[in-house]
Design a protein around this ligand. Structure first.
Ligand code: URA
Length: 239
């Protein structure tokens, strides 16, 4: 289910704000009924008309993107910082990121214009493994790695069982590289987990999202997901 104004905007009829005006002016119908309140949710089976004309949904597209450092996981920024969709300027569909990576985090980010798909993947009950590689200050010992794996309390919630593996360490610099696979997608979760074991993150990259990896992509590059990959993600979410 998606908000009516968002569906109208995605169909390319009007901007989100203009779509809201059209709704409030009584120029939008859903299954033949005029809707004038904002916030009504519709699904893909609902018949939507604007000024008596049916809207057509954009062709759904799905991208796997290698987010570079210092890019915002957003479609625009009021402070004019680079955003991930800058890399898709020639894509005509109105795509947006599914979830977020921090400004300074690099790695695998999915983008789509399919709201139902995005909602499905972002739903808290949909716990897909996400693998990060973090360079941290300090060298975590076995006990600290166990702590990461068993669960860390952050804001009164405890993280689900995770997998943590020390990849390398540098005794002189007192730094380490750790692979961490988590199931949720809370804000700054990986940084907060490492902060909790007193090994603050210096650098963070997401290497895997479920069965998806970045393959040969370089920062700033993307590829379209294959139909079977989209189906597999949907099936994983629905079951
Ligand atoms: N966890 C973080 O702390 N930052 C990210 O960007 C992603 C996960």
């Amino acid at each position: 289910m998606e908000r009516l104004q968002k569906v109208i905007a995605h169909a390319g009829v009007a901007s989100r704000r203009k779509a809201e005006e059209l709704i409030q002016q009584g120029r939008v119908t859903v299954n033949g009924e005029v809707v004038t309140t904002l916030g009504v949710k519709v699904n893909s089976n609902d018949r939507i008309e604007v000024n008596g004309l049916p809207i057509y949904k954009e062709h759904p597209v799905y991208f796997l993107f290698y987010k570079p450092k210092n890019t915002l996981s957003a479609v625009s920024d009021d402070r004019n910082r680079p955003v991930v969709t800058d890399y898709f300027s020639h894509i005509e569909q109105r795509i947006y990121p599914i979830g977020r990576l921090d400004f300074d985090t690099t790695g695998l980010l999915l983008l789509t214009n399919d709201g139902e798909f995005a909602n499905l993947l972002m739903h808290p009950k949909y716990k897909i493994d996400k693998t990060y590689v973090a360079k941290v200050n300090g060298i975590p010992n076995k006990q600290q790695l166990n702590q990461l794996e068993r669960g860390i309390k952050i804001d009164n919630k405890t993280t689900s069982p995770a997998k943590a593996r020390l990849i390398s360490h540098d005794i002189k610099k007192n730094t380490a590289v750790v692979e961490l696979t988590i199931r949720e997608g809370w804000n700054h979760q990986v940084k907060n987990m490492f902060a909790a074991i007193k090994c603050p993150v210096i650098k963070l990259k997401r290497e895997k999202f479920g069965f998806l990896t970045m393959g040969n992509l370089q920062p700033g590059m993307y590829r379209e997901l294959k139909a079977f990959e989209v189906e597999k993600l949907k099936n994983m979410a629905e079951n």
